[in-house]
Write a new protein. Structure first.
Length: 423
């Protein structure tokens, strides 16, 4: 039996989920919420009742959100699911109830349980729901050393139940939402509290509970991400585009597509694919006929659509040299590691030693390297190490790069040794 199987067996025994001694036994299918599928809350009166019920509840609150990625513009929430002791489960429609700040305030003193919190927090923030403290079951699973940390895998290995995950990628903007989708959504928060409690016990057993709390606090305290600069530069296949005029075509097509997608409230990829944008940039077509011959602009595209894309290409072709975009700005921090051997062989040696040390430490602690310390932090430290390689100076540098206290405590000794060995 592997360490992961032993952990799962122990957790399933202590939580009462699944068989205590036979981890190979098939998981129990979780087919229906305990109190049935709750009605969808879509008006202010129903929302007020939910707010009152959850404010009167006790203990942590399980929270989840469903988006319509790939179908609609942006990452807004189209369903919010909650569960709390004493309140049961609730399904809230943010289209009918776009302001959930009253609910967020009612739950401000509660711990929120989310799975992969950083995915849901931005869309929850948009509708007025911001936790002050949280427990991330996915991150807890990573820190505890579970090899598979998806919600379904965690519920199965820890609690012994099988969640049906067939509706995770559906169009949640659909109205009315089909009953099977609502059942799936309600079940996603059904066992989050149980999972949280089991993982807390396991983290405590491994001596990692304080590590997890520091990680959760950092997520809860993180400010909203700033708007991305020049988002058109992230067009898939952009690495093929070398000339500034071609970059201008990508920018014009990307921005035109974005305006159309926002106006129509559809995913930009449904308006025009990234591959088609890059094809037009590389070809610089002379007219609509030439554009239509390119992949992504075929017979299914109407004349009006072709003309609007050709107009974007023409705008880019007409720009003066001074208005053309510059090559991508050099990112802050060290250059890509592949160039270190030529630029700074000593730094390359430091990085190799540091990576080996961090990898060995992470393996010994049974957690992913990137959760022990971010690769970017290691790169920055190795590119510009402190003048004096001492525990205090290395710890100070790591703190300056945003490392948490538990991370600094764990990695500082091995990094000092690794860097000193290459000095």
């Amino acid at each position: 039996m592997t360490d992961a199987q032993e952990t799962a067996a122990d957790l399933r025994t202590t939580t009462g989920g699944g068989p205590p001694d036979d981890v190979e036994k098939a998981p129990i299918p979780l087919l229906e919420p305990r109190e049935g599928i709750p009605p969808v809350v879509a008006d202010e009166d129903a929302l007020a009742r939910v707010v009152a019920a959850f404010a009167a509840g006790t203990g942590p609150v399980a929270v989840d959100a469903e988006r319509a990625s790939g179908y609609r513009y942006g990452q807004r929430a189209y369903l919010v699911q909650l569960r709390r002791e004493g309140a049961g489960s609730a399904l809230i429609d943010p289209v009918g109830c776009p302001d959930l700040s009253a609910l967020g305030e009612a739950l401000s003193s509660a711990e929120w349980i989310l799975h992969a919190a950083t995915q849901d927090l931005p869309c929850l923030r948009e509708i007025g729901m911001v936790p002050t403290s949280l427990f991330d079951t996915e991150l807890a699973g990573r820190l505890a050393g579970f090899p598979r940390v998806g919600l379904g895998a965690m519920v199965e290995s820890v609690l012994g139940y099988a969640l049906e995950k067939g509706h995770s990628a559906v169009d949640w903007s659909t109205r009315p939402l089909p009953e099977p989708w609502l059942r799936y959504a309600a079940l996603d928060v059904e066992l989050l509290v149980d999972l949280r409690d089991a993982l807390e016990k396991e983290l405590d057993r491994q001596g990692k509970l304080e590590w997890a709390r520091q990680e959760f606090d950092a997520i809860a305290a993180a400010p909203p991400a700033p708007p991305r600069k020049d988002p058109w530069r992230r067009t898939s296949g952009m690495h093929k585009v070398r000339r500034r005029r071609q970059m201008a075509v990508v920018r014009e097509l990307w921005e035109s597509r974005d305006r159309i997608a926002q106006r129509r409230d559809v995913s930009p990829g449904k308006v025009l694919g990234d591959a088609a944008i890059v094809e037009a940039a590389l070809a610089l077509p002379a007219n609509v006929h030439a554009l239509q011959a390119l992949p992504g602009y075929g017979q299914r595209m109407g004349r009006r659509q072709l003309e609007q894309w050709m107009a974007a290409v023409d705008r880019a072709k007409a720009l003066p040299e001074s208005a053309l975009p510059q090559p991508g700005a050099t990112p802050a921090g060290p250059p890509p590691p592949r160039s270190w051997a030529d630029k700074d062989p000593a730094a390359a040696a430091r990085l190799a030693a540091a990576r080996t040390a961090v990898s060995a430490l992470a393996e010994g602690l049974n957690l992913p390297q990137e959760n022990l310390i971010t690769p970017d932090t290691v790169r920055r430290l190795c590119w510009e190490p402190p003048q004096r390689l001492e525990p205090e100076t290395v710890a100070q540098a790591l703190a300056g790069y945003g490392a948490r206290p538990w991370q600094i405590q764990q990695v500082t000794p091995v990094l000092v040794t690794a860097l000193a060995a290459t000095a």
